[in-house]
Write a protein that binds this ligand. Structure first.
Ligand code: SAH
Ligand code: SF4
Length: 385
């Protein structure tokens, strides 16, 4: 038997060139990507970016082959350098009430949730996340128990909308029957701690030649990051929602610890300065109904007094429990009594029906598995040592 020397090729393999993701980019980023990576001439870049923009955000293109008004040569370059893929959906749950929850993995250990909430008729809202986890520790909120992993980029926020649109088959945008009519930044995280990416994402989502969801249909909810409130309005022209939840500082300090930094009166002052406030553009005050904590008739009256002079809507949210949560939801009668007092004072105060509770998609129930995943990956890595 002859032995044959086996020659092993130990030279480093050339790495696969990584494709650059275009889904979710702003117009400026798209233009720059074409110049930097596809050799597009600076003078033509704007026109090319506009062409791609429509394919990506109006038609929801997932392949460059669809782009019939782009030359074959350029399409070949685009194919080699870029991808239109969205982040991976690691879990998709559909509730008995039609609510859909998507757990999206943007990178290993970076997962956030987006929730589609069908409304009346064909309308519906998509609730998007701005951060994975949250640095604030509101005591009634499940996300608040998860440490901040990181802020999401604008593209990652936009992709949440694209993914929901893919799933609901809502491309192209001009479709009259579309179901995602509104966007609410009420998922995981504090949007005003990542205002740059939120503002860029809103520019993309609201763009008329793309997804065209009007700024008046986009609401950003904050727990009260006072120094960023007016800036949010001037930069985005979006609707403002404030997580108030208490009418005095002592209780609010407990429920929303950020209140210690920005107490109620200072918060209200910033809200009064929000641009364009009027009866047609009101602030929504969110008030979670916690049994025996903040739900008395006296507090309903205090709430009405507090908001005098501010064009407001009040949104009463029945508390959504989560495993280990320290509160209970107020009784239905208590919520109705509270709501009546607020209504009599002239405020619309819809009680937000909890949606998607069976799939843990309701307000404040979101908590991604990132932390768990990271822990299990760590254990695995240790085992493989
Ligand atoms: N961080 C931002 C936006 C995300 S929270 C903010 O706090 O405003 C979206 C809304 O759900 C907020 O009003 C929040 O206070 C509320 N919420 C949080 N946990 C909840 C729970 N368990 N039940 C009901 N509402 C909750
Ligand atoms: Fe963060 Fe908002 Fe939850 Fe408070 S309510 S912990 S700010 S996500």
């Amino acid at each position: 038997m002859t032995t044959q020397a086996i020659k092993l090729d130990l030279s480093p393999r050339p790495a696969e060139p990584e494709l650059i993701g275009l889904a979710g980019l702003t117009r400026a980023e798209l233009r720059q990507a074409l110049i930097d990576h596809a050799g597009v001439d600076e003078k033509k870049a704007r026109m090319r970016a506009d062409q791609l923009w429509r394919w990506i955000y109006n038609f929801g293109a997932t392949s460059f082959d669809q782009m019939t008004n782009v030359s074959l040569d350029l399409r070949a370059v685009l194919q080699r350098k870029f991808t239109l893929a969205r982040a991976e959906i690691v879990e998709r749950l559909v509730s008995v009430d039609g609510t859909r929850k998507y757990l999206i993995r943007f990178a290993p250990g970076v997962e956030a949730e987006a929730v589609f909430i069908p409304g009346v008729g064909r309308s519906g809202a998509l609730c998007v996340s701005s951060q994975v986890g949250c640095t604030l520790t509101c005591t009634f909120c499940h996300t608040g128990t998860q440490k901040l992993v990181r802020n999401l980029t604008a593209a990652e926020i936009v992709q949440q909308v694209m993914i929901a649109r893919d799933d609901l088959q809502e491309w192209p945008t001009s479709n009259e029957d579309r179901r995602i009519t509104n966007i609410v930044f009420m998922g995981m995280g504090e949007p005003l701690y990542t205002l740059d990416s939120v503002a860029d994402a809103i520019d993309v989502i609201a763009d008329n030649e793309g997804m065209a969801i009007g700024r008046r249909r986009i609401t950003v909810s904050t727990s009260g990051v006072v120094p960023k409130i007016v800036e949010l309005g001037t930069r985005t022209r979006a609707m403002l929602a404030i997580s108030l939840h208490a009418t005095n500082d002592e209780l609010r300090n407990e429920l929303v610890p950020l209140n210690k930094k920005y107490p109620i009166q200072i918060l209200l002052e910033a809200i009064r300065n929000y641009p364009d406030l009027s009866n047609a553009k009101r602030v929504t005050f969110e008030y979670v109904m916690l049994k025996g904590v903040n739900d008395s008739p006296a507090e309903a009256r205090a709430l009405v007094n507090l908001l005098k002079g501010i064009p407001s809507k009040i949104n009463l949210i029945p508390f959504n429990p989560w495993p280990g949560s320290p509160y209970e939801c107020s009784d239905w009668e208590t919520i109705e009594t509270f709501s009546e007092i607020v209504n009599r004072a002239g405020y619309a105060s819809p009680i937000r029906t909890p949606r998607g509770r069976d799939i843990y998609a309701a307000c404040g129930q979101l908590k991604s598995e990132s932390v768990k995943v990271r822990a299990s990956e760590k254990r695995k890595a240790e085992r493989e040592g």
